[in-house]
Write a protein that binds this ligand. Structure first.
Ligand code: 6GU
Length: 250
């Protein structure tokens, strides 16, 4: 997979060099380009923003630098044979970023991110590129960040760990909270490791029983309990058939 990020704060994306994403890059599973939007300005002050038409507070990111930057980044990617691009526009007014969307994005060969500062990017830029490629306007939650760069880090990490070969084994995401299948819409319950007693606190007995059926049942009960406590909305929106008889006895 190829990722490009166009930003006025390239250094904000340095975490892409470490941990899971950094390792995926060094292993050749991910090709990342971070580009400084100001490289596509032509005035002395490298201006990327201007006052909004119609008035109001704040500044709007200008069409021309974004247009030139995206044209060049796209041309370079096509030249490198990256496949069909999709534009990912982080914005608090986007659709919610979910595990389902992470799975969808992870199946694309090439994502181009346009994190904005100020009040966002002139609408015409997004409308223009939407005629050429899929555009995902995405929000990572119901709060407002100063810019989209942190959202790019969030989205990239969620997507990269789904790429084939990035995690040790494909089963690692089978039981993830929100994973499709039996755990869809359920939060994961608690986990434990050695030592067997710590400060007088033991391990739930069933986990030491070696009884895989009972362990699976206990884990599901804990997931249901946790979801009911922290995210009752997830229980509400789940089809009744998704719950088995023992779930309903909880
Ligand atoms: Cl993607 N960007 C900004 N600026 N704020 C956000 C967001 C994105 N998602 C939630 N809040």
């Amino acid at each position: 997979m190829r990722l490009d990020v166009v930003t006025i704060f390239p250094e904000y994306l340095e975490p892409l060099n470490v941990s899971l994403v950094g390792k995926a890059r060094t292993r050749g599973l991910l090709d990342v380009g971070v580009h400084d939007l100001r490289d596509w300005t032509h005035d002395r002050h490298n201006t990327v923003d201007d006052t909004p038409y119609g008035g109001g507070p704040g500044m709007v990111m200008k069409t021309e630098p974004w247009g030139e930057a995206l044209d060049e980044v796209l041309a370079d990617g096509y030249e490198a044979g990256a496949g069909a691009p999709a534009l990912v526009v982080p914005t608090p007014s986007g659709r919610p970023f979910t595990q389902e969307l992470a799975v969808e994005l992870s199946s694309r060969p090439w994502l181009v991110f346009t994190p904005a500062r100020y009040e966002g990017i002139d609408r015409r830029v997004i409308d223009e590129y939407a005629t050429r490629m899929p555009v995902y306007e995405v929000s990572i939650g119901d709060y407002v960040l100063a810019g989209g760069e942190a959202a790019v880090l969030v989205i990239t990490e969620a997507v990269a760990r789904l790429l084939p070969g990035v995690l040790g084994n494909a089963e690692s995401h089978r039981d993830d909270s929100f994973a499709p299948g039996a755990m869809a819409n359920l939060l994961e319950g608690p986990v434990h490791t050695k030592p067997p007693v710590w400060r007088g606190r033991g391990i739930p007995e069933v986990l030491l029983s070696g009884h895989h059926g009972k362990i699976a049942r206990w884990r599901r009960d804990e997931a249901l309990r946790r979801t009911t406590a922290h995210r009752p909305d997830l229980i509400e929106r789940t089809a009744p058939e998704a719950f088995d008889k023992k779930d309903r006895e909880m």
